[in-house]
Design a protein. Structure first.
Length: 118
């Protein structure tokens, strides 16, 4: 998606490590763009795809007819899945050192934050 049609009145600042900066410069050069143009084009494209996956889906006529039926259908019982979700996970059963437990707590915290974003 080209960003050339948009009026550029806002500024976005990005910090990156030296290797990431070099990678972006190399990629921009390959497309004959400035780093700003490259990042903006790539960012707008990624944002549009991300939001389209959450806002729009396309169905043919048969799919559209089946869609409300699928939504209204009674949920089938899945006893094996229910049992699996009630059992402790592999990481829950580990009797590990404290650093591992701290790492596991941080991972769970990050996953809960990510879950709230979606």
């Amino acid at each position: 998606m080209s960003t050339l049609n948009f009026s550029k009145t806002e500024r976005i600042d990005v910090r990156a490590s030296a290797p990431v900066k070099q990678l972006l410069q190399d990629a921009a050069r390959a497309y004959h763009k400035s780093v700003s143009e490259f990042l903006l084009d790539a960012g707008v494209t990624a944002a549009a795809q991300t939001l389209a996956d959450r806002r729009q889906f396309v169905l043919d006529e048969a799919g559209w007819a089946a869609f409300p039926e699928a939504l209204d259908r009674q949920v089938a019982a899945k006893p094996r899945l229910k049992k699996l979700l009630r059992e402790p996970g592999v990481l829950d059963r580990v009797t590990a050192t404290r650093p591992f437990v701290n790492c596991l707590q941080r991972i769970r915290s990050m996953l809960s934050i990510v879950g709230r974003l979606h």
